[in-house]
Design a protein. Sequence first.
Lengths: 470, 299
Amino acid sequence: MRKTLLNIAMAAVLSVPAAAHSADSAAIAELKQMIVEMKQQHEQQIQALEERVGQAEERAATAEEMAENNESTVAVVEEQIQAQSQTSDNSFNPAISVVLQGGVASYSKDPEEFHFEGMPLGGEAGLHDEGLALWEAELIASASIDNLFYGQLTIGLHTEDGDIEVDVEEAFVDTLSLPGGFGLRFGRFFSALGYLNEHHTHAWDFADAPLAYQAFLGKQYRDDGIRATWVAPTDNLLVEIGAEVLRGDSYPGGGNDNNFGAVHNLFMHIGGDVGEDSSWQLGISRMDVDVVERSSGGHAHGHGGDGPVFSGDSDLTVLDAVWKTALAGERALILQGEYFMRDENGQVTAEDGDAVFNYDGEQEGWYLQGIFQFDRRWRAGLRYDRLEADNDLVMLSNTTGEADDDIFEETGFLSGNNDPHRWSAMLDWTPSEFSRLRLQYAKDESRGETDHQVFLQYIMTLGAHGAHQY
Amino acid sequence: MKSFITKVLWAALVLSVSQNAYAKLNVFTCEPEWAALVKELAGKKAKVFSATHARQDPHFVQARPSLIAKLRSADLAVCTGAQLETGWMPMLQRRARNPKVLKGRDGHFESARHVRRLEIPGRLDRTEGDVHGDGNPHIQLDPRRILKVARALSKRLQKIDPGNEQIYKKRFQQFNKRWKASLVKWKKKAGSVKGKKVIVHHREWIYLLDWLRMKRVGSLEPKPGIPPTISHLSDLKQRTADLVIISPLNDKKPSKWLRKQTGIPVVVLPHTVGAVPNSKDLFAFFDKIVHQLVNKVSK
């Protein structure tokens, strides 16, 4: 019985999996079916999705294309806007800039006593005010006037003995459209004489003028007049020839009694490149001045009463040369020199007409300087200046009771044995195109005794940055 | 003797004048990339001169005598504009006494006027460094913009030299075809640089980044035109970037320092045609840029 029961039980136990097995295989088949169906479905879905993705991609591509087209339309519109803004900004308003120059000057000798023996100072010649001072403030406005003319105005503000002087430094018009390489300039301008004369003082490499500029040009010569230039149609070499007729009101002129100008200047520039990194320019100019009653400060500036007055002829020849080499790493070397030769002939009236003498002067002066630029910001420079005067003086009448030689010396026309000369060294720092700070030391021997001069100078440009000439 | 000198002078003058009286169009370009473009578009019909070479920074060029002489006899001046040449070109234009190449005349072509410029400042202030009111002028670094300039320049050539109109048209069509094919090639090759973060030395690369869709995350110069400072470089150390781009003109020290500190690789790319070896024409120029970029990024 027990055996039967066990058998039954065993059979039952054994039969369960058998039954289960038959049930399972049905389920598995069903599952398989389902999976196949799902697979098919998914495949369809995937296909549909893929299709949709494909469509989306296509749409995206078209959209991108459209966007690109739109972008180019936007670009065209923006270009128009940009073009318009450009014309309204640049063409109708003059470019205006302000240049501020000043600093500290220190001298071991009295700067009021600054003079050259035999070459009495005139014009603006003289040293910077001792101590802290604003040396110069300039307001420059320039623009093309129309398709024919370009104009520029420079107003200078200076302090003279505590008073503020407003001065029209430059006010000139250039022609733009004359054919054949010709050009005219008229108005008030810096004469094309030598190299530095045409450059504004803020573009100079030293804090003060070369001695030759102090002696022969009253620091810098500018006047009212007209200039004609012609640029030859040469290929690589610049050949520029020009002539100027100027009024003669400012030093070295002495006044104007001639409708055709008292100052005539002829000049020529040639220049070119050597290799890819070096360039040069040579200049020669010859200026004839019909001097009418030119007064000069004589020995002591502001001596009181009228100083000596010179009338006659003054001829000045200037040779100038510049060499610039760009080196790797924003380094550069600039060499520059000018040679002046002056011949003056005429009569000097001194002591309110009580003394009159003949003056025949042969004078020369030159300077040579080198500037080395270490990088975009730092530059150092060295300059040597020298002057020489050889004057023949013959007293014509002297009713002052003083000795002739004393009068010659007091008027400043007596040339001495000492040739004025000077060494200058400078270091400047240019943090941007618009600012520059400079430290300069000079050992000035122009008065026979050594004057140690130290300058700390700042040059600041506000507003438009004008293009600099070579 | 005097009459002999006068004769020699006259002979020299006549020779120099007749030397210039050839049929070729005299083209003065401010930068080498425009000289290269004129060569593509005009071929032998133009005599091309570039005022600057690849080792010069076009911001700082002297208005030197030879340039005055060159501009004096030019029929066409091609410059970037957007105030890039503001420190010297106006002076040359006034001194050269050549009405043909004055602003506004047909003989004066400014490339930047023919494309959409980026980085037009909303506010002009010099404390922001050397910014250009008309936007970033370094458009030569985007080949799409080059094509736009080429189209406008070809039209200008046709206008001022109508005798050779058909030649200019044909040359532009050829250029257009070649350039478009190259554009596709470059874009495909440079696919891997898309989205990369870049630190630049000067901000001249914006048009390249715009084309290849790279991101500028900083520049070594704290302000445009102001040399890198230690404190600014230290700030840059904190940023994550894939690449530093400099040009052969830039000082190598700042980028080297940053690479040592952060390991960000530095790539020297030509900023103009001829700035590095094997970049003599516009095609080679962009070949070189793409090649260098991809090389650095895949390393």
